[in-house]
Design a protein around this ligand. Structure first.
Ligand code: GDD
Ligand code: MG
Length: 346
């Protein structure tokens, strides 16, 4: 079975992290986000994946490649964004039977196989995964009837409308039949959530509700940091997580406190402490007497001696001068250079 993954967005809420890389290849605990999605799809029997790209497609292809663990990976490109619906229409030639469509920024343990069974039992034309959340205004809120038929789809309701409520939201995973794309004209911009789903109500459109699953839309820096913590702590379970890559060196008196992840070739200077829930990318250099806590460093980051880093995200190639202090959800884009004695609080 085939899955189409929408990865064309610019990831604006993840800036500056997405200024140089598309969201799908943002490293989540030292592994591109897309690899978690591909592993999940594979575990549910998907054999072919089509990535619907727009923003920084060349980098996406370079990192993800044309196959992954035996799954074939194809790409389709949009010169300018066609929206989540227009992108699905553009993938029309790949939708020749029951097809999975999903957002490319979802980390989840949702049981896709069970959802597929539900889709077939209901003879559904489109099935949407739903999960309850307590702050639903950032999502599509979906009401269903007794048999799971969708009654209402409201994309991004105002906070006042949904204040204090736990509601089922669109979890960003759909199973569709070819008929859905016939509703759209090629080359036109459509939002699947605003323009297409509401039209499906009452016409064989079902919601598949999953409770007590792991589900995260990695759309903001806060959620990105939370997803990394969840993986390290095991609340989102993933296989083959590497604690320390090849050639990692800890200097004299230096230590790392679990859970952490340190990429290959990273060197930690004497007496430095890598505190729990830290992620260091590949080939980073941490100076002497540093304290790193709950910090996420991408590849090739260099930290001078006597620095304190906590609760921050530093993209690739960032250089921090000695005796600097960075805390409070600071986020630094690729290649940022900070002078010694810098003090930053997010
Ligand atoms: N190819 C393509 N073209 N992909 C796009 C485009 C486009 O024009 N616009 C967005 N995407 C991709 C993004 O890269 C992302 O993977 C996915 O579509 C969803 O876009 P987001 O920008 O992340 O949407 P959202 O998180 O605000 O809301 C969506 O996801 C929620 C669940 O995570 C909606 O589907 C909500 O209804 C839903 O609850
Ligand atoms: Mg999203």
């Amino acid at each position: 079975m085939r899955a189409i993954v929408l990865v064309g967005g610019e990831g604006t809420r993840l800036r500056p992290l997405t200024l140089c890389v598309p969201k799908a290849v943002v490293p989540v605990v030292n592994r591109p986000m897309m690899f978690y999605i591909l592993n999940w799809l594979k575990s549910h029997g998907i054999s072919e994946v089509v990535l619907s790209a727009c923003y920084k497609p060349a980098m996406l292809k370079k990192v993800i490649g044309s196959s992954y663990r035996g799954m074939k990976i194809d790409y389709i490109y949009e010169a300018s964004p066609l929206g989540t619906g227009g992108a699905v229409k553009r993938a029309e030639k790949y939708i020749d039977g029951t097809t999975v469509v999903m957002n490319g920024d979802i980390l989840t343990s949702l049981d896709l196989s069970k959802m597929l069974k539900f889709h077939r039992e209901k003879k559904s034309r489109a099935t949407i995964a739903l999960t309850p959340v307590s702050n639903p205004s950032a999502y599509g809120v979906v009401e269903t009837g007794r048999g799971g038929n969708v009654l209402k789809f409201l994309e991004k309701p105002s906070p006042e409308e949904v204040a204090g409520k736990v509601l089922n939201i669109n979890a960003g995973v759909y199973i569709i039949e070819p008929g859905m794309v016939a509703l759209m004209k090629a080359g036109k911009v459509y939002s699947i959530e605003r323009d297409i789903f509401p039209k499906f109500i009452g016409a064989g459109f079902f919601g598949f509700v999953s409770r007590n699953i792991y589900w995260m839309d990695v759309g903001t820096v806060a959620k990105y940091a939370k997803a990394c913590r969840d993986i390290l702590e095991g609340s989102y379970r993933v296989k083959g997580l590497e604690t320390a890559g090849k050639g990692v060196k800890l200097g004299k008196g230096a230590r790392a406190v679990k859970p952490f992840s340190i990429g290959a070739g990273t060197v930690v200077g004497d007496n430095s402490v890598i505190g729990e829930l830290s992620v260091l990318g590949k080939n980073c250099i941490i100076g002497k007497n540093c304290m790193v806590e709950r910090a996420i460093l991408w590849d090739n980051v260099k930290i001078g001696d006597n620095c304190v880093l906590s609760d921050c995200v530093l993209a690739g190639g960032v250089k921090v001068g000695a005796s600097s202090f960075i805390s409070g959800e600071t986020v630094l884009g690729e290649g940022t250079v900070l002078a010694p004695y810098s003090r930053l609080r997010g």
